[in-house]
Design a protein around this ligand. Structure first.
Ligand SMILES: NC(=O)c1ccc[n+]([C@@H]2O[C@H](COP(=O)([O-])OP(=O)(O)OC[C@H]3O[C@@H](n4cnc5c(N)ncnc54)[C@H](OP(=O)(O)O)[C@@H]3O)[C@@H](O)[C@H]2O)c1
Length: 238
């Protein structure tokens, strides 16, 4: 049985993913700012769930991660799922900066710590929930798309580093399109996946230690088309 830590598992994709691992009998460490939601899941699975309540934009991220690893007696899988993003119609400095602090600063601090933990251990699995939004810039949420591009590019670098170091550390970049959670906002959303279906696909990709997964699968086509599109056309959409 694996010891899985999910950063940002109080709701949406993170919580549903925690439930998948719990139902499969694994031990799961969950985090987030909403303590009552962490405790709720722990009460449902008291033998399997460990919690650590913290804000990833704070200053003690690695202390919290170490505390969770210690409570669980180790870590085999690390998933960085915490994320925020909102429409920044008038470029809103507060929103742009807090999105970066959550999706970039918190991500890099915790992911580096987890990777180095796995280097010492000799094996492990790192995953992060990026987004198809990572593919190109976006005028409505510039910080969100840029922060997700950072995550995906960083994860590719880590995967290459693990191979170069001949380590059995898998790295999975999870790229959802739209998934029915409170984060899927705005008009003109399409192909919005049910949470259940999206998390099934994420769970199976993680079990296979895939390098990258689009969720749902057909979003791979959208990502491919976005990458090919010349700026002259793309600017009318994004
Ligand atoms: N839903 C979509 O359409 C979609 C598409 C592409 C990518 N994603 C990505 O999927 C991930 C999960 O999002 P979701 O859709 O499941 O939305 P969600 O229900 O809002 O989940 C966001 C999670 O991130 C945590 N979080 C946010 N800010 C945090 C902070 N400062 N410190 C610690 N934890 C924080 C939240 O916990 P607390 O609030 O308790 O702190 C929550 O557990 C995000 O990274 C998002 O960018 C979602």
């Amino acid at each position: 049985m694996k010891k899985v830590i999910i950063i940002g598992a109080t709701s949406g994709i993170g919580k549903e993913l925690a439930l998948r691992y719990l139902k499969a009998g694994h031990t799961v460490g969950i985090t987030g700012r909403r303590k009552e939601l962490l405790q709720e899941l722990q009460q449902q699975y008291p033998q399997q769930v460990f919690i650590e309540c913290f804000d990833v934009t704070g200053t003690n991220n690695t202390t919290h991660l170490n505390a969770l690893i210690q409570q669980m007696g180790g870590m085999d899988v690390f998933v960085y799922n915490s994320g925020m993003g909102d429409i920044s119609k008038e470029l809103n400095a507060g929103l742009e900066i807090s999105t970066t602090q959550t999706n970039v600063n918190g991500f890099v601090e915790l992911t580096v710590h987890a990777f180095n933990y796995f280097v010492t251990q000799g094996h492990g699995h790192i995953a992060a929930t990026s987004s198809v939004a990572s593919t190109r810039g976006n005028s409505w949420a510039p910080s969100y798309s840029a922060s997700k591009a950072y995550m995906s590019t960083y994860m590719e670098g880590l995967a290459m580093k693990a191979e170069r170091m001949k380590l059995t550390i898998a790295v999975t970049d999870i790229q959802p399109g739209f998934v029915k959670t409170k984060m899927a906002k705005g008009e003109g959303l399409f192909w919005v996946a049910e949470l259940d279906k999206a998390v099934d696909q994420i769970f199976h990709a993680l079990e296979k230690r895939k390098r990258k997964v689009y969720v749902t699968k057909r979003w791979a086509l959208v990502a491919w088309m976005m990458k090919q599109m010349p700026y002259t056309f793309y600017k009318k959409m994004g």
